[in-house]
Design a protein around this ligand. Structure first.
Ligand code: A3P
Length: 348
């Protein structure tokens, strides 16, 4: 990734100083390459990935303080790759005997982001050591994160907790990100044109970019340890949610019983977590995300292949080249459309 635009931070960032390690943290931030997110936020390049200083601080906090249980589930996603959906799926699988799947289900009354909370964008964002006993009411605990595999604490990797990762083809992910960030940009920032945003995206400059490094980190880890890390793709979920619910339940150690199959529990969960169901519930309650944005912005179109309405042929060509170059012989194939077609970019 080109670092030409990255500038060394020369002045202090406006961080709240509250922990003994703040001096150390300030130094870290001040010596990190800096750039702007698509939404106009300052991003710092730390250990191969971009993030804001507030989020970086939260990441360091959960590294220091979070003690995982073997029963924990970590949902790791690339931003705009279906995190909201992915939060709903394991929650409804794991808590399926606790709630009736009707309009009073917590997914519809609270919403996925309230039930499965982000480590770095929520729990540890304003509190370096939150009381998880009171903050996380459901069991088993399910946490969400956008951090790359290399940022996950060793304690997570060494514990029995399961990790579910989801990504999406980078073309749809980029379009989703562009809409999301332009709608949630800092007041002083002008919206970025598609061209400007695309260039930044290709250079990996957005929260937890570059895309390919993040995807490959989890891909390799899932290949090495398939019982611990489940690698999912948004397009596969869209194409056949029922079989993915079954494999997800199996992976989490709670497979659907024959009785449940006969009663149509799998189909009920798929419907409960569907784009239409979650969006409609969100439109009614108008909830806010912990980061201060309305939850409704997490539901736009929920389609595969929407990129073809926006990207120019030269953009597609640039991204296709990047996919070939970055995925190389990894064995990972990203699906640019729903059915497997010649549009798929397979690694060699
Ligand atoms: P689009 O912008 O392409 O519509 P994230 O949750 O990681 O921020 O990702 C948001 C993307 O997932 C958005 O994509 C959104 O519409 C889509 N999405 C949200 N909930 C979904 C659901 N239940 N099923 C399918 N897609 C969903």
């Amino acid at each position: 990734m080109s670092m030409e635009k990255a500038e060394i931070v020369s002045k202090s960032d406006d961080l709240e100083l509250e922990e003994p390690w703040d001096d150390e943290f300030q130094k870290l931030v001040q010596t990190s390459p800096k750039d702007r997110s698509l939404a106009g936020l300052d991003l710092y390049f730390y250990q191969g990935f971009w993030c804001t200083s507030r989020v970086l601080k939260a990441v360091i906090s959960f590294h220091k303080h979070l003690r995982p249980f073997d029963s924990d589930v970590i949902l790791a996603t690339v931003p705009k790759c279906g995190t909201t959906w992915l939060k709903a799926l394991p929650f409804s699988i794991l808590c399926r005997n606790q709630f009736a799947r009707d309009e009073n289900h917590p997914l519809l009354t609270f919403g996925p982001h309230q039930l499965v909370r982000f480590l770095e964008y929520d729990l540890y964002l304003n509190n370096p050591c939150p009381d998880l006993e009171t903050e996380c009411v459901y069991r088993p605990r399910i946490f969400s994160t956008h951090v790359p595999y290399s940022f996950l604490p060793t304690s997570f990797k060494d514990s029995g907790c399961k990790i579910v990762f989801a990504c999406r083809n980078p073309m749809d992910m980029f379009i989703s990100l562009w809409f999301f960030q332009n709608n949630n940009r800092v007041e002083s920032a002008e919206p970025l044109s598609l061209d400007e945003a695309f260039d930044k995206f290709c250079r990996g400059i957005y929260e937890f970019g570059p895309f390919f490094d993040q995807v490959l980190g989890y891909w390799k880890a899932s290949q090495e340890n398939p019982d611990k890390i489940l690698f999912l793709q948004y397009e596969d979920l869209v194409e056949d949610i029922n079989s993915h619910l079954r494999s997800l339940a199996m992976f989490l150690g709670v497979p659907f019983t024959e009785d449940e199959e006969q009663q149509g529990v799998v189909e009920e969960i798929a419907k409960l977590c569907s784009f239409e169901s979650l969006k409609e519930a969100e439109m009614k309650k108008k909830g806010m995300h912990a980061s201060g944005i309305p939850n409704s912005v997490f539901f736009r179109k929920g389609k595969v292949g929407d990129w073809s309405n926006y990207l120019t042929p030269s953009m597609v060509e640039r991204l296709e080249k990047l996919i070939q170059e970055k995925l190389g012989d990894s064995g990972l194939t990203l699906k640019l459309s729903c059915k497997t077609t010649s549009k798929d970019i397979a690694s060699a």
